[in-house]
Design a protein around this ligand. Structure first.
Ligand code: NAD
Length: 286
């Protein structure tokens, strides 16, 4: 069936003139997406939103989060879409390769990858150790690069283009106090997104990134707690204080970000590439 679908797609792709072909996501056939780090938070909201948009989803996270991943898979299946769990650490290239292979095997040709997995660490730049740099860059930058590389190779093999969507942040544009290395990893993701957009355009692959502001998730619980250790504010206070610098007057929820990723994964964004788009309620104006 998967082979048949793949042949069908290839024949559709090759029978139309190049300018009419569009991206894989422009077609009405079923589409598939890999979303890394989608056991919870923003990744989970993206996985569910893309499922509602008609994508079958490869739900990835670390094995330690298997029960969360299995719940997301079940929720997507209850929406009438296919979903498979794939436990892989995005910092390990062979695991990323196995993840994309499993996705194609289980869900058919790949249309979109959302390189969402990320971690944060609160600290002063002057205190950062080699192990901190290694951990943050390995997940937030190497993990994104490996996901992009492996997905792009798959898109090129399929011959009908594809969409790469990376997790950046508003700190890609303006660093946050007490998040110096995290901010640097996200600036690197923004730069990589621009470079790969230029490199992969000839293969009909677009590369964009989303830049959330302050999103209520497990990550911000960790950030709030870490900042509290440094500035003595009680639990939850650092998170609440961010509202003072948000134009729309509220912090965000993962679904706010998923809406923008839905656009970046859709045919409506076919003429958009190399962009890091903010969904921050108006925190950073650039
Ligand atoms: P989260 O901590 O709630 O979820 C991240 C998920 O990624 C977790 O389930 C975690 O297990 C997974 N993950 C971590 N390392 C992994 C690895 N090596 N391999 C596979 N999975 C791994 O975080 P979130 O708030 O949902 O953030 C998602 C993305 O959005 C991150 O890249 C983050 O940097 C970015 N972001 C978040 C915010 C925010 O305010 N929460 C703001 C800007 C950007």
């Amino acid at each position: 069936m998967a082979l048949l679908r793949s042949k069908l797609r290839l024949s559709i792709a090759s029978s139309a003139p190049l300018w009419q072909r569009g991206f894989a996501t422009s077609k009405t056939l079923s589409k598939s997406a890999v979303v890394t780090g989608s056991g919870q938070g923003i990744g989970k909201a993206i996985a569910l939103r893309l499922a509602r948009d008609g994508f079958d989803i490869c739900v990835n996270d670390l094995e330690v989060n298997s029960s969360m991943v299995n719940n997301v898979v079940a929720e997507i299946q209850s929406l009438g879409r296919k979903a498979i769990p794939v436990f892989a650490d995005v910092t390990r290239l062979p695991q990323v390769e196995a993840m994309v292979e499993a996705s194609v095997e289980g869900l058919g040709p790949l249309d979109v990858i959302v390189a969402n997995a990320g971690i944060a660490q609160v600290q002063w730049g002057m205190d950062a150790q080699e192990s901190d740099l290694q951990r943050l860059f390995e997940v937030n930058f190497y993990g994104v690069l490996y996901s992009d590389q492996v997905a792009a190779r798959q898109f090129i093999k399929q011959g009908s283009g594809g969409k790469i969507i990376n997790a950046a942040s508003i700190v890609s544009f303006r660093p946050f106090l007490m998040l110096p290395i995290y901010s640097a990893t996200k600036a690197a993701v923004r730069s990589l997104t621009q470079s790969l957009a230029m490199e992969l355009a000839k293969d009909k692959i677009t590369v964009n990134a989303y830049a959330p502001g302050v999103v209520d998730s497990h990550m911000w619980d960790t950030i709030d707690e870490g900042m509290g250790h440094i500035n003595g504010r009680p639990k939850g206070q650092n998170f609440k204080d961010t509202v003072n610098s948000i134009t729309l007057g509220r912090t965000s929820v993962p679904e706010d970000v998923a809406k923008m990723v839905s656009f970046l994964a859709s045919a409506d964004s076919d003429y958009v590439t190399g962009q890091t788009m903010m969904a921050d309620g108006g925190m950073v104006f650039s």
